[in-house]
Design a protein around this ligand. Sequence first.
Ligand code: NDP
Length: 485
Amino acid sequence: MTHPAQPKASHFINGEYVEDTAGTPIPVIYAATGEQIATVHAATPAIVEQALSTAKAAQKEWAKMTGTERGRVLRRAADIMRARNHDLSVLETYDTGKPLQETLVADATSGADALEYFGGLAASLTGEHIPLGEDWVYTKREPLGMCVGIGAWNYPTQIACWKGAPALACGNSMVFKPSETTPLCALKVAEILIEAGAPAGVFNVVQGMGEVGGALVTDPRVDKVSLTGSVPTGKKVYAAAAAGMKHVTMELGGKSPLIIFDDADVDNAVGGAINGNFYSSGQVCSNGTRVFVQKGIKEKFLARLAERTGNAIIGDPMDEATSFGPMVTENQMNIVLGYIEKGKAEGARLICGGNRADKDGYFIEPTVFADVTDDMTIAREEIFGPVMSVLDFDSEEEVVARANDTEFGLSAGVFTKDFTRAHRVIGNLEAGSCFINSYNDAPVEAPFGGVKASGVGRENSKEAIKHFSQVKSVYVRMGDVEAAF
Ligand code: NDP
């Protein structure tokens, strides 16, 4: 019998599901059991061409609609997503392995927030009138044209919506390529947009590996590329986009610092460290994986952290009591286990976890290392798994310098009751998305994105509008034209 996660076809183009079985088969594996639950096919050149020519043609008519009309479509899509939250969350769990306890509140709901927020903004995208004596200039905010979205595997619904909603609100069309690891959820987003009244071809989904992403990024008809992925992929995609002078948004990886001062509330700081390391089994780009703890609070912090980490319920992601799921793939599990071995070999002190969990599927225990030093591999490289490194520090000046000593700059957090210090420290940290006495909140109203190697541009908030539109200025002369000859 066909598994309920199996989509009708691999791609969604011009308002309908499309199949081309000549494309390389991509098995969809449920991470909690290792069983294959679906198959899709990578896009062939013919499918890529169909998606691009469709999106190119659909964009012009979509841009002619008023912002109010476009916004209405997005807001209807948000309503449909919320009404189907349970089914979409189950699908997200099949796609990623993340526990239903999380997906019920963080995925389709966050996607719906983006559709609703950008739907609400669509009608407000106006220009300026700039008086110049009798003459004047007016500006218009125009769409970029056809956009390509490329997603990572950790938040397949959210990423499709975080890219699709602002793109469509501004009057662009989009061809979206999910990660080959999680191909299912974006198809539902495309289906729902059509149901909500989006014209066919405005939002399309094609499957495939990096090769398909490469074909999309290098096509001369594409005006903008928005990628969520790793830094090495980001560098490749950015370079390819630059060759065609395309706009880009790059949401890339991180190795973010979370700084806990002696005066912090211990339970809140532990809660922040748990949210910043173990949510989605640690597969979150903004995670605060370098937890700097001031020496006076260190042992208290570690004891409480170990105690609370021991309360994680590791198991069947479809059971709503489960609070900790598997890694997305066997490969990702092996990468993370390799980092754990490096942590042990390089002399970090294992506080808890450190092993593959004794279950089917790709489970790793939530792992905490203490006495980590700045030069250890686990303190320098993005692990993208449930491995927290706790580092000691003495002074504010020292910790800020050490926190900034990385190529990454996505996020940063600070826990302290001293508000002057909190703002001063955050002001001195090189990161795009920061937190004070909290960690990993990502409301659609707030800009999200990194500095340094962690990326270019911002998603969410009014900032995203700037990255999916461009300004045209028009000089209007009322009198005669003066010319030299
Ligand atoms: P990858 O960089 O491996 O892949 C990202 C996407 O790019 C995938 O869809 C991939 O396809 C595609 N791709 C790979 N090569 C190319 C290419 N040459 N041209 C075009 N597209 C290409 O990232 P992961 O999927 O492994 O995701 C994990 C990474 O994403 C982590 O580094 C994480 O930090 C980052 N991330 C960043 C976020 C942010 O907002 N800043 C949020 C979430 C994750 P395929 O996988 O099918 O080969």
